[in-house]
Write a protein that binds this ligand. Structure first.
Ligand SMILES: O=C(CO)[C@H](O)[C@H](O)COP(=O)(O)O
Length: 220
């Protein structure tokens, strides 16, 4: 079994102490940095863009997993690659020509993934799966950290796992929203591989220890 991956969401970091929080993730058991880009159109919130990602990249020693919650992400793929994205995921709901957008991500030298909103069925991915390094399933309505995990996610994971296995693929399943020490084990059992955790990590007393616990639970 491949090792399960933990990606702390920098949306929940202290922006006034970003370098400190980047170093914390560097020195922890985390695997990736999860970076949420929000444009105020696709989701009702605005987070940060290229300059902040470039600043994180300067200090990060682990891959940047960049989740674009923006309309028409195809307009900005090359710029996100240039500032240091290693994985770029785009929403199925945000881009008309998904296949072309994934090719654009690959051509820019990054790993390409697709994100599904909570109520978008996994069946829409049937034909595009072989082109996906990863599928990110939202387990909340995107836009804000600190929301409650939606139970319907378990079934979506199981269905997607079946689709991936039936096609003989290695596509990763990542879960984003409300991931904690209480549900990570069940998410692994359903078939997920990678876990974004924002509030649970950064609002804890000891984020390094919290990441370690998540990693251990996911891999136990
Ligand atoms: O994509 C996101 C919000 O749209 C965040 O990555 C997600 O909310 C993680 O935060 P938390 O772990 O606090 O739920």
């Amino acid at each position: 079994m491949n090792s399960k991956l933990i990606a702390p969401s920098m949306l929940a970091a202290d922006f006034g102490n970003m370098q400190r929080d980047v170093e914390m993730v560097n020195n922890s058991d985390a695997d990736w940095f999860h970076i949420d880009v929000m444009d105020g159109h696709f989701v009702p919130n605005i987070s940060y863009g290229m300059p902040v990602i470039q600043a994180i990249k300067k200090h990060a020693t682990k891959p940047l997993d960049v989740h674009l919650m923006i309309e028409k992400p195809e307009r900005y793929i090359e710029e996100f690659a240039k500032v240091g994205a290693d994985i770029i995921t785009v929403h199925y709901e945000s881009t008309v020509h998904l296949h072309r957008t994934l090719s654009q991500i690959e051509d820019a030298g990054c790993k390409a993934g697709v994100v599904l909103n909570l109520t978008t069925p996994v069946s829409v991915l049937e034909d595009i799966l072989p082109k996906c390094y990863m599928v990110l399933l939202m387990s909340i309505n995107p836009g804000f950290g600190g929301q409650k995990f939606e139970e319907m996610t378990y079934n979506k994971i199981k269905k997607l796992r079946r689709m991936i296995d039936e096609q003989g693929l290695n596509t990763l399943i990542e879960i984003d929203g409300g991931v904690t020490d209480k549900n990570i084990k069940q998410l692994v059992e359903a078939g997920a591989d990678a876990f974004v955790a924002g509030s649970h990590v950064f609002k804890s007393k000891n984020p390094t220890q919290t990441i370690k616990e998540l990693k251990q639970l996911a891999n136990s």
